[in-house]
Design a protein around this ligand. Sequence first.
Ligand code: A2P
Length: 284
Amino acid sequence: MMRKLDDCYQLNNGVQIPIVGFGTWQTPGGEVAVSSVKEAIKAGYRHIDTAAFYGNEESVGQAIKESGIDRKDLFITTKLWNSDHGYEAALKACAASLERLQLDYLDLYLIHWPNPIRFRDQFEKVNAETWKAMEKIYKDGKTKAIGISNYMPHHIEATLKNAETVPAVNQIRLYPGFIQEETVRYCKEKGILIQAYSPLGTGSMLEVKELRELTEKYHKTVAQICLRWSLQMGFLPLPKSVTPARIQENADIFDFELSEKDVQNLASMKNYGGAGFNPDTASF
Ligand code: A2P
């Protein structure tokens, strides 16, 4: 376990998922997305994370086609955007994502946010319908697994009330000093794997003193320490970069191990990265 990029965690439905994913949030569609995703695949990443909202699914699809790697050897995630909640809309949105990605199936399809502003006055009802659609997409073989993103325990609780299928993952914002403890604990109890987006605090961790101090001890960069920490916490980090040297650097995290004490210290470090959006009050 945890010796290389394409080692896997097992999801609650038995599907294998590579323990590090290549993030593409804030990667502009077009040449930058195509070349960085190809670079990542060349560097050994087999798990790519995109979303309808990122506006780069077409480019991710093109990179996959041009990578020369068999589709079955890649793990591709995309996400349902907030405007597409509800049963019929979700089915359509999934079909549109598949078309943009030029794929016949996904490995993982996620609801991007639990509580879009547009449906906020009827969250439980619309969320239940959306999850029904996710289950249909799963049963129809359009995806190997389904999950959620940015869900807090009360959103998951509501989802499980009517669910036939327990979400396989919850993808949330997580990095040293910002560990969403309650959500993580709740997901562990339910067998839901935690994926960590912004594992470098969208870059804000790079200058943090506590982390800089560890670079000398471990002879690794701050980014590598953050990613290793995420793995040792049992999370699945999704580092984003469009820079070839950094894409390589973020993959080179298997030749060292943080001490248990350092893992705990980083978990309880002050939060230097901001909290992100609250799903129940966000303006989208
Ligand atoms: P860039 O994409 O220009 O290379 P996160 O994954 O937490 O969202 O962080 C992404 C941000 O961190 C991006 O701005 C990315 O820049 C930057 N970044 C990614 N990897 C590294 C690294 N190894 N060293 C420094 N900055 C990095």
